[in-house]
Design a protein around this ligand. Structure first.
Ligand code: NAD
Ligand code: ISE
Length: 339
């Protein structure tokens, strides 16, 4: 069976996922594309041999669309995801699930009412080989109980449109999700403090930022978000346990020695760093749909949790750095909770 996918949003990541679904993942075909930029939609559709539809609603309803991929701007996600649930179609939504906790809860409620999981959120780090190995080590008990996690998320530069709040909403959101999953623990508070700002930032931006999180189990997490670090795209994570530590490996790169210097290249963007994770994420999503299974990846609940936690971090940043308690609803039984 070929899973026919309709794509809403043909920008940076939409085009990359269209290429992935067309050229990399077996058992999938992109049959329809929509974008508010008609030229962009036309070009992306032509590359995939798909047709262009005028709106997201039309695409969700189309007979030749079995599953929906949402890669439009964050504030538009909720509407498209809700339409897909109403149509009973599996929907993969790039992060964030929605930009407010209220909209995330509307999705959670709609999916619970439907009675079957349809939504998967694009937190691709859960599919990265390094993070998966780290989870195995933590689950095996080899290093004992985790106590502290040190992380860094660095981008070489960001455009002027990137705001201080986006350090949490757009960037740290990946660590927030992957750490909840790695530790199998919930984040209960957030604090954001700011060191001296880099001179390489746009004037309005607080960069870098240091984010501190605490989990229900008492693990302390420190995360440096530095989005104008200049030198490359660099993701670091080290978990310290009672009997040892486990660190994310550097992405494979050959070592070169020349002109008296020994070293290896640093990747420059998320596309290269997580290419294998994205491929695995979509292979598993398509295989699950083809087999009639509910999605096993990050759920609508995980999307809600991430948005509530990023909100707490933004509130801390905007109020000068106090510890802010995360105000999360009890997890419904539908998503494995006790409520
Ligand atoms: P982009 O601006 O390059 O592309 C978004 C596209 O969506 C644009 O072409 C825009 O015209 C279109 N669009 C906006 N609203 C629409 C609507 N209602 N209907 C149809 N088309 C619409 O942005 P991007 O960098 O591709 O990011 C898109 C989403 O993917 C964002 O939510 C972003 O956070 C997420 N993202 C995730 C990762 C990751 O690592 N998982 C990386 C980059 C972006
Ligand atoms: C971008 O939107 C992503 O999702 C990338 O993974 C992240 O590293 C980057 O900081 C974001 O802007």
């Amino acid at each position: 069976m070929t899973v026919r996918v309709g794509v809403i949003g043909a920008g940076w990541i939409g085009q990359d996922h269209i290429r992935r679904l067309t050229d990399v993942v077996t058992g999938a075909a992109v049959t329809a594309v929509t974008d508010i930029d008609a030229v962009r939609a036309g070009e992306a559709a032509a590359r995939a041999g798909a047709r262009v539809l005028a709106t997201g609603a039309e695409l969700v309803a189309a007979n030749d669309v079995d599953a929906v991929l949402v890669t439009s701007w964050g504030p538009t996600h909720a509407e498209h995801v809700l339409n897909a649930i109403a149509a009973g179609k599996p929907v993969f939504c790039e992060k964030p699930l929605a930009t407010t906790p209220q909209d995330c809860l509307r999705i959670v409620e709609a999916e619970c009412a439907y009675g079957r999981r349809l939504v998967q959120v694009g937190f691709m780090r859960r599919y990265d080989a390094g993070y998966r190995q780290m989870k195995e080590v933590l689950s095996s008990g080899t290093i004992g109980l985790p106590l502290i996690v040190h992380c860094a998320h660095r981008n070489p530069t960001v455009p002027e449109s990137y705001t201080s709040a986006m350090a949490a909403q757009d960037t740290a959101v990946h660590e927030i999700d992957v750490l909840r999953w790695l530790l199998d623990d919930e984040i209960v508070s957030a604090q954001v403090i700011t060191p001296r700002a880099t001179t390489h930032r746009h004037e309005h931006l607080r960069d870098p930022q240091i984010m501190l999180f605490e989990t229900a189990g008492g693990v302390r997490i420190d995360l440096e978000v530095f989005v104008n670090c200049q030198y490359g795209y660099d993701i670091q994570c080290e978990t310290v346990g009672e009997q040892g530590l486990v660190r994310l490996p550097d992405p494979a790169a050959v070592a070169v020695r020349t002109q008296g210097v020994s070293g290896s290249a640093v990747l420059q963007d998320w596309k290269g760093r997580f290419v294998d994770a994205f491929d695995t994420e979509f292979r598993e999503w398509i295989a699950g749909i083809a087999a009639g299974r509910e999605p096993s990846g990050p759920s609508a609940w995980d999307g809600y949790a991430a948005t509530v936690i990023t909100d707490a971090a933004v509130r801390s940043l905007e109020s000068g750095g106090p510890v802010v308690t995360v105000d999360m609803k009890p997890r419904p039984a539908f998503y494995g909770g006790a409520a």
